[in-house]
Design a protein around this ligand. Structure first.
Ligand SMILES: Nc1nc2c(ncn2[C@@H]2O[C@H](COP(=O)(O)OP(=O)(O)O)[C@@H](O)[C@H]2O)c(=O)[nH]1
Ligand SMILES: [Mg+2]
Length: 340
């Protein structure tokens, strides 16, 4: 005697199949979109498998979007700025997905200053979808998985995707392989940061917005603007056809927000000439392919039983100068390739 297939009737509710999720996403069901993103972010192999099936199906369905990265130090005003820019974008009749940095996450360096980062105004709008990014193991709120989340949001039909990230080394390089336009937010009076780490971030920025230029910050903001303009002139152009602007803004008063949006619109108009955007997106995909491949290989390598077994011993040999780091690495590679 066989038992009736009870499981089949329960499954769709608890664990929707790939078809249900994909159809949900493309018909604008936010709940399905959120579920798919959770699967993408999961470390469990069975979730990963399903996530990639969903993702591959969504790739064919994604619609063209404007992808914008918003980067800057914690407290620079990114979340507040996104809320202000986001409202403007929605009022233009566009829909918006925000991949935000979770303010409660210390690892992704969310602002400790504020719950403003929760973006209450945007959260209440049906045209906006806000998702805090889980960036396990990554600084700055961006990981290679962010790209996958972007693809899902595009399949869901969002016109504009805003990615909030903290400018720290690896994260801004990574975000540059995922978005079309990077807006760097800087506080007034932060011109002295130009010498150090911020230089690298300046190089990948397509525009700089000086934030919080309200109240008594106006004087110092003008000086900052001149400093940033001078610094940008020293850098090679990122795109031959694009001169970066420095814009004074305040999310509090709304100053400069329309100017930023105009600048972004001009950029897209310029980049659509001669297919620059399309060519760049292809290069980005290639670069991402190798980033992900590197990650996968590393994971596979470090979890290989023979590598695991000899790793500590080789490490000791290197530390006691019995082996050079080069020979040590070679020995581990040999352990890895001996038995696949
Ligand atoms: N005066 C002023 N304060 C702002 C402005 N934008 C943000 N802030 C404040 O700066 C703090 C950090 O902002 P937040 O958006 O969380 O920064 P994030 O860490 O870069 O996302 C909060 O206390 C905000 O209220 C602005 O335009 N003017
Ligand atoms: Mg924030």
């Amino acid at each position: 005697m066989s038992t009736p297939p009870l499981q089949g009737s329960l499954k769709p509710y608890h664990d929707p199949d790939v078809d249900t999720v994909v159809n949900g996403i493309t018909s604008g069901d936010r709940h399905m979109l959120s579920r798919a993103i959770t699967l993408i972010e999961s470390q469990k192999p069975e979730h990963e498998r399903k996530a990639h099936e969903i993702l591959d199906r969504c790739l064919a369905k994604k619609k063209p979007s404007i992808r914008i990265g918003i980067t800057g130090s914690p407290g620079a005003g990114k979340s507040t700025f996104i809320e202000s820019l986001g409202e403007l974008i929605i009022n233009e009749g566009l829909t918006l997905a925000v991949l935000a940095i979770d303010p409660s996450s210390r690892q992704s360096k969310g602002s400790i200053l504020g719950d403003k980062a929760r973006m209450e105004k945007l959260t209440g709008r049906k045209e906006a979808y806000i998702r805090p990014t889980a960036s396990s193991g990554y600084l700055g709120g961006t990981s290679p998985k962010t790209h996958e989340v972007i693809v899902l949001c595009e399949a869901a039909g969002y016109d504009v995707i805003l990615v909030e990230t903290v400018g720290v080394g690896q994260s801004e390089v990574l975000v540059d392989t995922m978005v079309d336009f990077i807006l760097l937010l800087m506080l007034p009076g932060s011109g002295d940061e130009l010498q150090g780490i911020k230089r690298g971030i300046m190089e990948i920025a397509d525009a700089v917005a000086i934030t919080k230029t309200d109240g008594d910050q106006s004087g110092i903001a003008a000086i900052s603007r001149a400093e940033f303009e001078a610094a940008l002139r020293m850098l090679p152009l990122k795109h031959a056809a694009w001169q970066r602007q420095v814009i004074l803004t305040s999310a509090l008063t709304g100053k400069g927000i329309a100017e930023v949006w105009q600048n972004i619109s001009d950029f897209f108009a310029e980049m659509q000439n001669g297919n620059i955007l399309e060519t760049r997106r292809r290069e980005q995909l290639k670069s991402l392919l190798y980033t992900v491949l590197e990650e996968m290989l590393k994971k596979k390598f470090l979890s290989h039983p023979d590598v695991k077994a000899s790793r500590e011993h080789v490490e000791q040999q290197v530390l006691s100068a019995e082996l050079s780091p080069f020979s040590g690495a070679k020995k581990l590679i040999e352990a890895f390739t001996r038995r696949q």
